[in-house]
Design a protein around this ligand. Structure first.
Ligand code: ZN
Length: 102
């Protein structure tokens, strides 16, 4: 992958192979049979990495492993129109339309 992943999928690892991985978050070894997690860059299983559950949780708390949902929310800040002004405009329109007959 050319650029850094924008979001990560985090899963509980289910690995029964007695392999040893290196945790990408702390660089230490990680026995596959211990409790750990998979982090998957942008859901691409080919790039998945095994990481210590504690490291994943710490990274999540530090905001370094945003989920897709968190990333998406960060991409679309609330439209200014959705807040106050749209409501004010709608109210003005309503008044103009409903005001005259009586
Ligand atoms: Zn680690």
């Amino acid at each position: 992958m050319a650029q850094a992943p924008r979001w990560w999928e985090v899963r509980r690892a289910q690995n029964l192979k007695p392999a040893t991985y290196r945790c990408p978050l702390c660089g230490r070894h990680l026995p596959a049979l211990s409790e750990h997690m998979l982090i998957v860059p942008e859901g691409d299983a080919r790039g998945r990495r095994h990481a210590h559950a504690d490291c994943v949780l710490a990274a999540r708390r530090a905001g370094r492993l945003p989920t897709r949902e968190e990333w998406r929310r960060a991409q679309t800040p609330p439209e200014p129109g959705e807040g106050g002004w749209a409501r004010v405009r709608a109210r003005l329109r309503g008044r103009r339309r409903g005001g005259d007959p009586r």
